[in-house]
Design a protein around this ligand. Structure first.
Ligand code: PGA
Ligand code: ZN
Length: 399
């Protein structure tokens, strides 16, 4: 049984406070995890409270339902206790940040009790042998950097890499090459929140830089590397303009669909996340119908790791893949439910970090445990490399 849960404020990668949880069990198991935090958050995400409020509320409502009551290894019971303690649909009482930190810390304590690595506790002994391909954020802007591209993320996708480790290093090589290309073009760049280059250039120029960085690295390494995007289009969409705002230019929904479909073909994009507003299932469906046979159309803000929103998307043929962020929904069990629903309906899953992160590595284990097609967790920078290096260790059986 869980014998103690402690909560504290720790720093995230943006310098903001976030919630960290420690879970102890009577048999001496220990797990620690911290909540990440988004900047381009979806309208329908579970609620993140100010960390001190979330901690006070979880101490009052959740901890009494966990300590001496629930086994850390029984994830469904832990997460049901968190739901019951909260009593709302969106974790607005104890905060999704407290909930997800406790949920993930309990999973680690459960794994510790078993003496098994976390991915095995979560995925079972007979989990697949596939490893996720890391999507590496190389160039970007949006809500993650000032005065940079409108499109939030240009993501390297080393689809031909023979191993996880080679894929991780390939993304780092694309990132380094992009920096050289930007220097050559006279636009040295700062970095955004996730460590991607955030140059003051147009989206069209960013496509040129990315295309060249990817093909140069592909030539150097000798395996296929493609790229994709997170457009985070809910941040571009303006209700009053009824369109997508790119600086002085506004694209109607039809023009946005046309634009994205052309980009998919011109750059052979393998992945496009949130190409349309988070309320536009119809626009998503039209785009998926046009290009879904040759690229992944992924819902992040659209689905927010929520089974009901995903089911709506499945019914509408809105996409063919879903981004999974445990803190969007609040518990690992809820994230697993979304992954299972996706798998049953032929949707690919992409496990993802947030723009505000900590050294926590839970998502690396989650991606391996669930046989996710991709993991999106940055390219360089400590809070990102924590996950990437953990993936390398998992592949090496060294966790
Ligand atoms: P966020 O961005 O963590 O700031 O929401 C990541 C994403 O949109 O995928
Ligand atoms: Zn996104």
């Amino acid at each position: 049984l869980i014998s103690n849960v402690s909560l504290r404020r720790v720093l995230d990668s943006r310098g903001n406070p976030t919630v960290e949880a420690d879970v102890l069990t009577e048999s001496g198991g220990f797990g620690r995890a911290a909540a990440p935090s988004g900047a381009s958050t979806g309208e329908y995400e579970a609620i993140e409270l100010p960390p001190s409020e979330a901690i006070a509320s979880a101490r009052r409502h959740a901890i009494p339902r966990l300590v001496g009551e629930v086994h850390a290894g029984n994830q469904r019971e832990v997460d049901a206790a968190l739901r019951a303690a909260d009593g709302t649909d969106d974790f607005s009482e104890i905060g999704a940040n407290s909930a997800v930190a406790i949920s993930m810390a309990a999973a680690k304590a459960g794994a510790d009790v078993l003496g098994a690595p976390l991915y095995q506790h979560l995925g079972g002994t007979f989990r697949g042998e596939n490893f996720p391909i890391p999507l590496g954020n190389v160039v970007g802007g949006g809500e993650h950097a000032k005065e940079a591209t409108h499109i939030q993320e240009f993501l390297a996708a080393p689809v031909g890499a023979p191993s996880v480790s080679e894929a991780v290093f390939a993304n780092a090589a694309v990132h380094a090459r992009a920096s050289e290309i930007l220097d050559e073009r006279g636009t040295p760049a700062a970095k955004g929140d996730e460590g991607a280059w955030a140059p003051p250039i147009s989206d069209a120029e960013a496509f040129e830089v990315m295309d060249q960085a990817v093909s140069d690295t592909e030539d150097e390494l000798g395996f296929e590397i493609r790229f994709g995007l997170d457009m985070a289009a809910a941040e571009l969409y303006d209700e009053e303009e009824d369109g997508y705002v790119y600086g002085d230019e506004v694209k109607s929904t039809d023009e946005q669909i046309e634009y994205v479909a052309d980009l998919v073909d011109e750059y052979e994009l393998v992945y496009v996340e949130d190409p349309l507003d988070e309320n536009d299932y119809e626009g998503f469906a039209e785009l998926t119908d046009r290009v879904g046979d040759r690229t992944l159309i992924c819902g992040d803000d659209l689905f927010v790791t929520n089974v009901e929103r995903l089911q709506d998307g499945i019914d509408a043929d809105a996409a063919n893949s879903i981004l999974i962020k445990p803190n969007q929904i609040g518990t690992l069990s809820d994230a697993f439910d979304a992954i299972e629903l996706a798998n049953r309906n032929g949707y690919e899953t992409i496990i993802s970090h947030r723009s505000g992160e900590t050294e926590d590595t839970t998502i690396a284990h989650l991606a391996v445990a669930t046989d996710a097609a991709f993991i999106k967790t940055g390219t360089v920078q400590g809070e990102r490399t924590a996950k990437l290096n953990e993936l390398i260790r998992i592949a090496d059986d060294a966790v």
